[in-house]
Design a protein around this ligand. Structure first.
Ligand code: HAM
Length: 419
């Protein structure tokens, strides 16, 4: 171990690539903001029990992947493996569900899962997440799904698909589960798989091994066993998505890694990512709030993986995060010029121009190199003689064009050139 190496499996972003991370996150948050989702910021650790109850004991996430520790008061805390449970806890605690429904909240941040690291899978990764709580309306399901789709499109992504299914509700899931257990009990499965089937039979449908898949061809599917109200709900969701022009594929074998889902459930899968291809997923979780001690309210939401979405953008060759960090670079030559540059930088920033200064009293040649490296389109060279004249030399770096401009007029000049 070396302290200058981050722990295994953590994903981090340093300049200049970090600009792409911010661009992806902000693009995915922009769509929910247009639909009235308010930002909510919840803590990175919670009581362990919240995730055990919320996410589900039988999931890999809870049984194998949580970063759990005792705090100094010997309470068991866990770094959040996902954002939904904490958001629900916060909504209940602050009584947001006592106001207008649905409660619409968006958040983003790091999640922690002790998974085996591989391309697109980290132990620390980041999600943008939304939840719409308290109204069970198929139009809301469609809105939530469409907002994810719009976020991906805003970034320019095209090579992905939306997989959609319904997992039924408290009325139709239990009898379906029995049916599936009965079917699975007649198969030739190893001990481990048999045990998984007992805890959560649905998860066996997701087994990737051919020897298992071969036996599952005639497995009963939830979609064929929905009760009339779930079937009607799902038909309406699909009709709204058709109306909105959001393409989807039905995947009746879609299995999510978290236990709280009911009815509408979905995943966005990118075609350029290899094994870790899910760029986002979500669905309804109509029993979750009550399970956590709140009102019996329904909810739906999604989590989109920022890291994987960024990889997807790269896979599609999108020019993401390529905007230079500054637009203008000030080069003061001499003492008087330096204080003029500090004042000018403040003035330009107030006008919305992104500006840096060649600090450290560098000579012209070195400072101009700095200007090139900064990616700025303009260098503003201020010599002591310019100061006397109240001007600076504004140089457009790609063309080499240069002219003296009054210090007071540089903001207007640059704003016009940069627009
Ligand atoms: P999830 O499917 O577990 O759902 O995670 C959502 C997304 O987070 C995944 O599609 C993936 O892009 C990303 N992700 C998950 N694990 C990793 C990892 N180890 N490394 C990199 N990216 C990862 C949830 O977390 C639900 N809370 C979503 C939700 C919100 N459902 C309803 N509301």
């Amino acid at each position: 171990m070396s302290i200058v190496n981050a722990p295994k499996g953590v994903l981090e972003y340093v300049p200049p690539e970090s600009a792409a991370f911010v661009e992806v996150r902000d693009a995915l948050l922009a769509e929910p903001a247009l639909a009235g989702y308010s930002y909510i910021e919840t803590p990175v650790f919670e009581h362990t029990e919240l995730f055990v109850r919320g996410v589900g004991e039988s999931t890999d996430v809870v049984s194998k992947e949580m970063y759990t520790f005792a705090d100094r008061g010997d309470r068991s805390l866990t770094l959040r493996p996902e954002l939904t449970a904490g958001v629900m806890r916060s909504v209940i605690e602050h009584g947001l569900d006592r106001g207008q429904l649905p409660v619409k909240v968006a958040t983003s941040g790091q999640c922690f899962r002790a998974e085996r690291p591989q391309a697109g899978r980290g132990r620390v990764f980041s999600q943008v997440n939304i939840e719409a709580i308290g109204v069970d309306d198929p139009a809301l399901d469609a809105e939530v799904i469409a907002l994810a789709d719009a976020g991906f499109r805003r970034l320019g992504l095209r090579d992905y698909r939306l997989e959609l299914t319904s997992l039924g509700d408290a009325e139709c899931r239990p009898p379906y589960r029995e049916k599936l257990i009965k079917f699975l009990s007649g198969l030739d499965l190893d001990e481990n798989t048999r045990r998984r089937a007992e805890i959560n039979p649905l998860r066996v449908l997701d087994d990737k091994r051919e020897s298992v898949q071969k036996q599952l061809v005639d497995a009963p599917l939830m979609l064929d066993n929905l009760c009339p109200s779930c079937a009607a709900h799902f038909a309406e969701v699909r009709a709204y998505l058709d109306d909105l022009g959001v393409a989807y594929q039905l995947n009746p074998r879609l299995v999510r890694g978290l236990d709280y889902y009911t009815k509408t459930t979905f995943e966005f899968v990118h075609n350029g990512l290899g094994a870790q291809s899910a760029v986002g997923g979500g669905g309804r979780y109509d029993g979750l709030m009550e399970e956590l001690g709140g009102q019996p309210l329904s909810g739906i939401g999604w989590g989109l993986g920022i890291d994987r979405t960024l990889l997807a953008c790269k896979a599609e060759g999108l020019p993401i995060g390529t905007a230079p960090r500054v637009e203008a670079y000030l080069v003061p030559l001499g003492e008087a010029a330096r204080s003029a540059a500090v004042r000018l930088a403040a003035q330009l920033r107030a006008a919305g121009v992104r500006v840096d200064i060649a600090y450290g009293g560098r000579a012209l040649k070195g400072a101009m190199k700095g200007a090139d490296r900064s990616g700025a389109r303009f260098a503003v060279v201020i010599g002591d003689r310019d100061i006397e004249a109240g001007t600076a030399q504004v140089k457009q770096l790609d063309t080499g064009d240069q002219s003296p401009i009054n210090l007071d007029e540089i903001a207007v000049f640059l704003k016009e050139k940069l627009s």
